[in-house]
Write a protein that binds this ligand. Structure first.
Ligand code: 0A1
Ligand code: ZN
Length: 882
């Protein structure tokens, strides 16, 4: 068979979870010696290898490689010729059961635009080894179940690389007398190769310390480029708070004398948990009020905590194979969410986490790339660092906390850490430890690990008819019974046409219509495809509040009237449920409007207006929560509720409602903007809430009265003392066709020239704008001297903001699809990992109208026809076309 390019089609290699075999050879120790240079770094690796008793006994040692060559191979100190290359792997024939294998490689970090392995960033040398980057440095069994003790030596020019860092503890350093110097590091904790790290370059450190609960002092350092050190205090505070929290809550203590963080500006992901040497994207380290928004501050706190928590959930207990990725990622996301909830407003944090899940993970779960949190197969593991593995993985473990209660859950995690410390474990090991430690039966619960797709739970509610013969008894029982009948269904996903029922824990409350009170929250556990639950003591049909706190990652279809939703939006005592009622009210309206099934548009709109008015007036609400309640449901989540829809109609209906709310509640928006504008800047919750409401008010005013909004936004921009206010104002100006727009954009660019993270915002704001000319702006920005294809942050700032901008990306005619396809093709040879992240935007063709679907498919086919695609892009594109 030939593909479109005329090249013979090569069947991709698919790796299956079921094919796992223990490693043939182990590597208990490795010594690495680096002679550093930006374009020619020499690496001498010495591996102590030993046959694994659990293997087949083969004499062939297979060492993975990727784009490297062996310059020399020795065995037990002698030149060895009994080796060959098998594809990119080095295979050595060994006579005995244990040997010292020496391999020399030579690499060019400055040519490494993939940013995987050892690469150069702004004159620094740094590494990224997860998932399979170590094999780009030296030949090694590059799989997470081979754990080794690492000793690292590096030498290099002292002026160019004054700071030399690796994992573990520094053991020795010195000068060579020729302008070069060296350092040695030793990490006593055996670790898989994906946790190896090395950084060399001109860096300055913000230093502090933390004393662990057993009284050991840990030296902390955050290394950044000179000049950036003033912007590291928030990251340092976050780190110290994380260390304390993990001791207090999970009983986890840090285990080395040093903990180092380095921030680099070229990075494929957010950050990386290398043992004792976390490497971060600068965007998750650097902050001060002038350049970072409140959202940036929160993200830094969350990511610093996430990477630190990996020291136990990921490093001390690692993954047996990459199918188990959610073992470390789902659990660590849950831990960072719990930490952030503890540091700030827990209800607001919960709402934000659910918003991300719905915007990113739900669409993934209903699309061509859907996979279980523990996938069964992959072609390129980098494609599985997904919202499903991370965020849904966290939701699945969170359900264990709902079922067991936090205290018993923690007994489970303590058992897990004790049982598997120093091991490469599986998701099954985790579930078993929670079962044993928390005393749960999770047999059916395991379906969450096996099956993809978001379950849809439909609820029916009936009130037992009044029975006069039972009147006396009924009275003593306190009324009539209410029966909830729940049905669950999960749509087919790729490779999984039929689904077994999930175990779904749902927190519910039944509100009495007369008193406005409920009878106490209850937990119901749905295990069957259909199941009924009866509650006694009602005189009339209650108002149902279900999936409180978002106790399960499911969609609910419940018999709650518009009137009930208005009631819950005002009165529900569960903050998440209150938010949810508000969202549902709007989702129903907008989905009905787009689908053409909305019967009483005016009444429905009026109900939303009344509920939002009440939120604006509610003096008992804090502004952080108010700001959340005012946010309209996202377009991606709305699209999920429709089988197939024109995305620009969703956009237009949503904007139409925003405009109507802006007009109808105009006085309230103006009053809100005035009130919160008077609150002085601080990082306290009250001031942050004020800033959140300030931008929300401007957004609604921008839709309703552009002239007034432009005037206020300009004033807010000019008076801004912080990035939250400045960015909020600029976002609103950017969406309008007003003279203030150009001036503010030019001022912003000039004011922050040279600050890469802030210039990223400048690109994003324009690319993600509601402005009808967004596509033209994006095309011009792609030619701007500040734009570059080699910095992932910059590429994402421009092009992800554009791909997520429905009115621009989906503009009739398909220009947006063509631009993203061009980008993927151009970026792929530079950085396949980042390029592949853009494919899902084109992959959602089944969710849009036929005309657009055809255009999106055509672009996917154009990409697929390119013969030299990376494995990353090839996998995503071929799956998206199925
Ligand atoms: N383990 C890291 C995420 C990460 C994954 C892949 C990377 O390189 C492509 C980098 C980082 C985390 O969860 O933070
Ligand atoms: Zn992680």
């Amino acid at each position: 068979m030939n593909d479109l390019s005329g090249q013979p089609a090569i069947a991709p290699t698919v790796i299956h979870r079921a094919d796992y075999r223990p490693p043939e050879w182990l590597v208990p120790e490795i010594a690495l010696d680096f002679a550093l240079s930006l374009d020619a770094t020499r690496v001498q690796a010495t591996l102590k290898v030993a046959k694994n008793a659990a293997g087949s006994g083969t004499s062939l040692l297979r060492l993975n490689g990727d784009a490297i060559e062996a310059k020399a191979v020795t065995v037990d100190g002698h030149a060895h010729n009994d080796w060959h290359m098998d594809g990119a792997d080095l295979v050595i024939e060994l006579p005995g059961d244990a040997h010292d294998v020496g391999i020399e490689t030579l690499i060019d970090p400055s040519a490494n635009t993939q940013l995987s392995g050892l690469y150069a960033s702004n004159g620094l040398l740094c590494t990224q080894c997860e998932a399979e980057g170590f094999r780009r440095i030296t030949f090694f069994p590059d799989r997470p179940d081979v754990l080794s003790v690492y000793s690292v030596r590096m030498s290099g020019d002292k002026a160019q690389f004054p700071v030399l860092l690796s994992n573990g503890n520094p053991t020795a350093s010195g000068e060579n007398g020729d302008g070069t110097h060296w350092a040695e590091w030793h990490d006593p904790w055996p670790k898989p190769s994906y946790l190896f790290a090395l950084v060399a370059g001109e860096l300055v450190a913000n230093r502090d310390s933390f004393t662990t609960k057993s009284g050991r002092k840990v030296n902390l350092a955050i290394y950044v480029r000179p000049g950036d050190e003033e912007r590291t205090d928030h990251a340092m505070r976050s780190l110290i708070a994380s260390m304390k929290w993990d001791e207090d809550v999970y009983g986890r203590e840090y285990d080395l004398d040093d903990f180092n963080i380095v921030a680099v500006s070229d990075f494929n992901a957010g950050a990386m948990e290398n043992k004792g040497l976390n490497v971060f994207n600068t965007r998750y380290i650097l902050a001060d009020p002038e350049t970072a928004t409140d959202g940036d501050y929160d993200a830094i706190e969350g990511v610093v905590a996430h990477e630190y928590f990996h020291n136990w959930s990921g490093n001390r207990v690692t993954c047996r194979d990459w199918f188990q990725l959610s073992l470390k990622e789902g659990f660590t996301v849950l831990r960072d969410q719990q930490f952030s909830a503890h540091r700030g407003s827990a209800p607001v944090k919960r709402i934000e986490d659910v918003r991300i899940l719905r915007a990113v993970q739900f669409p993934e779960d209903s699309g061509p790339l859907a996979h279980p949190i523990r996938p069964d197969s992959y072609q390129e593991i980098s494609n599985f660092y997904t919202a499903t593995v991370y965020n849904k993985g966290a939701e699945v473990i969170r359900m264990m906390t709902v079922l067991a209660g936090m205290e018993r859950f923690l007994e489970g995690t303590t058992l897990y850490f004790d049982r598997h410390d120093g091991e490469a474990a599986t998701c099954e090991d985790f579930v078993k430890a929670i079962e044993d430690g928390a005393g749960l039966d999770l047999k059916q619960f395991r379906n969450w690990y096996e099956q993809a797709g978001t379950p849809r739970v439909s609820v029916g509610m009936t009130l037992e008819s009044a029975n006069p013969t039972l009147e006396g008894e009924g009275a003593t029982l306190g009324g009539r019974g209410v029966t909830l009948t729940l049905k669950q269904a999960t749509a087919p996903t790729p490779g999984q046409p039929e689904k077994k029922p999930f175990l779904i824990p749902l927190r519910i409350a039944l509100f009495d219509r007369e008193t406005g009170e409920h009878h106490g929250e209850e937990l119901i556990v749905l295990t069957e495809a259909e199941q009924s639950f009866t509650f006694e003591g009602f005189t009339s049909l209650p108002v149902l509040s279900i999936n409180r706190g978002f106790s399960a990652p499911v969609e609910i279809v419940a018999p709650v009237t518009t009137e009930d939703l208005v009631f819950l939006a005002r009165h529900d005592d569960d903050p998440f449920a209150r938010y949810e009622a508000m969202q549902q009210l709007i989702v129903r309206h907008l989905v009905g409007a787009v689908a053409g099934t909305l019967e009483k548009r005016e009444e429905s709109q009026a109900a939303i207006g009344a509920a939002m008015g009440a939120i604006l007036d509610d003096a008992a609400l804090d502004d952080l929560m108010r700001g959340e309640l005012l946010i309209l449901p996202g377009e991606a989540y709305l699209a999920e509720q429709l089988t197939r829809a024109d995305p620009t109609r969703i956009f237009a209906e949503r904007e139409g409602l925003k405009r109507w709310l802006g007009e109808t509640l105009k006085d309230k928006w103006l009053a809100l903007h005035d009130r919160v504008s008077a609150v002085p800047y601080s990082l306290e919750a009250e001031a942050r809430g004020a800033r959140k409401c300030k931008t929300q008010a401007l957004v609604y005013l921008g839709a309703a009265d552009p002239a007034e909004a432009a005037r206020r936004a300009k004033a807010q921009y000019d008076a801004a003392t912080n990035m939250t206010d400045r960015q909020g104002a600029l976002m609103v100006l950017c969406s309008l066709d007003c003279p203030e727009r150009e001036a503010a954009l030019a001022d912003f660019h000039a004011r922050f020239a040279g600050n890469m993270l802030v210039i990223d915002k400048w690109f994003s704001l324009q690319a993600g704008s509601l402005n009808p000319k967004a596509t033209e702006h994006v095309k011009a920005l792609a030619e701007h001297p500040d734009f570059t294809m080699t910095n992932p942050n910059r590429v994402r700032a421009l092009w992800m903001a554009f791909a997520a901008n429905a009115q621009a990306f989906h503009k009739a005619g398909g220009e947006g699809y063509g631009l993203i396809a061009d980008l993927i093709l151009k970026l792929d040879p530079i950085n396949g990992n980042v390029a592949a992240r853009f494919v899902p935007y084109l992959g959602r063709w089944k969710k849009v109208d036929e005309a657009r679907a055809a255009l999106m498919r055509a672009e996917l086919e154009r990409i697929a026809a390119e013969p030299t695609l990376s494995r990353d892009v090839r996998e995503q594109v071929s799956k998206s076309l199925e």
